[in-house]
Design a protein around this ligand. Structure first.
Ligand code: TRP
Length: 332
């Protein structure tokens, strides 16, 4: 049986990168797979969060999931902290995770910066929590962006180490699902950096909640190069901004990049940007409208999370019990 697990952190504005890189792909996966989509609030607190904002961001991501077309009847949606087996399994799995494996994690090195001794333990064991998210459900497939591939590989290694330690085939080794076009949406100000909520310039990203005018303005101001749009894919090699804008167009329109290149070949950026702006608005505006409607009814959003967490608790607690038995922890 295939089961999909993925998660997004509730840390501030969702942007086009989160939508195209994650949520939009998840919507189509629901048709064919059993899916579990989590709002990973425990991962969020590995860096400082304002309590009020954390709570409202959690509801905002829930609203974004629903507004984008995640169907809570078919798919489990919940916030991580409401299912305690994630934390409990983190301890158990940390006993199968050599420090050497964690020391290789590039995200920790980046986030801890130069003052490693001041970095908190949670930031270091972040990937073990991520492995627990996935393995608590024995998920087989995990849609992730490029930046999370290393963590997913670690999850596979931890699953393998556990299986080997007890000579069992309990955990399936979770497979990454990396999506095609525009899984990596880049900054509008620099085509070499990922679009990110932590970028200082708001003009680097399109937030799902941006108004029409702001979306148009941001696209108009997006960095480009002096050449017209190319007619072949390999001409994009050293043109990261052109590649990014064409990638966004193709992902939003569900068209192949090759077809988009053929369609836009020879156009100058100013006319392409008008077309792109209209497209972004036509796809994002309905989502942000729905999101705002959902956000007016917080009790409804909480009810969805509660129902999701009940289902998630049931599956993960059963697995946790099996894991404890395998380890030899006395069940009373
Ligand atoms: N670490 C992931 C990110 O920052 C989010 C995440 C947490 C996740 N747990 C997960 C993604 C489990 C996939 C599966 O993007």
């Amino acid at each position: 049986m295939n089961r999909i697990f993925s998660g997004v952190q509730p840390t501030g504005n969702l942007h086009l990168g989160n939508y195209l890189g994650a949520i939009k792909n998840w919507v189509s996966l629901q048709k064919d797979f059993e899916c579990i989509f989590c709002i990973v609030d425990l991962h969020a607190i590995t860096i400082k969060q304002d309590p009020k904002e954390l709570e409202s961001n959690t509801l905002e991501v829930t609203a974004a999931y629903l507004a984008s077309g995640i169907d809570s009847k078919k798919t489990i949606i919940f916030n991580q902290s409401s299912v305690s087996s994630h934390s409990e399994l983190t301890w158990l799995l940390s006993c199968f995770t050599p420090l050497g494996w964690l020391n290789r994690m590039t995200q920790f090195k980046e986030k801890a910066g130069k003052k490693k001794d001041n970095a908190v333990l949670g930031l270091y064991s972040y990937p073990v929590l991520m492995a627990s998210d996935i393995l608590a459900y024995k998920a087989t497939h995990v849609p992730v962006g490029e930046d999370q591939k290393q963590h997913l590989e670690l999850s596979r290694d931890i699953a393998g180490a556990f299986n080997k330690a007890y000579n069992v085939e309990f955990f399936p080794l979770p497979e990454p699902q990396i999506f095609g076009q525009a899984t990596r949406v880049m900054s509008l100000r620099n085509g070499l950096n990922k679009m990110s909520k932590s970028d200082e310039s708001d003009y680097s990203r399109i937030n799902i909640t941006d108004t029409k005018d702001l979306i148009n303005l941001k696209i108009q101001k997006a960095k480009t190069d002096p050449h017209p749009l190319p007619s072949k894919k390999d001409e994009l090699t050293n043109r990261p901004e052109a590649a990014n804008l064409l990638g966004i167009y193709s992902a939003l329109n569900n068209k192949k990049l090759e077809d988009v290149i053929a369609e836009m070949a020879g156009k100058d950026f100013s006319s392409f940007k008008k077309i792109l702006g209209d497209l972004v608005i036509s796809k994002i505006e309905p989502i942000s409208k729905k999101m705002n409607d959902y956000l007016k009814n917080k009790d409804y959003l909480k009810k969805i999370l509660k129902e999701g967490s009940e289902k998630a608790n049931k599956i993960s607690n059963e697995n946790l019990l099996e894991i404890k038995k395998i380890i030899g922890l006395l069940i009373i």
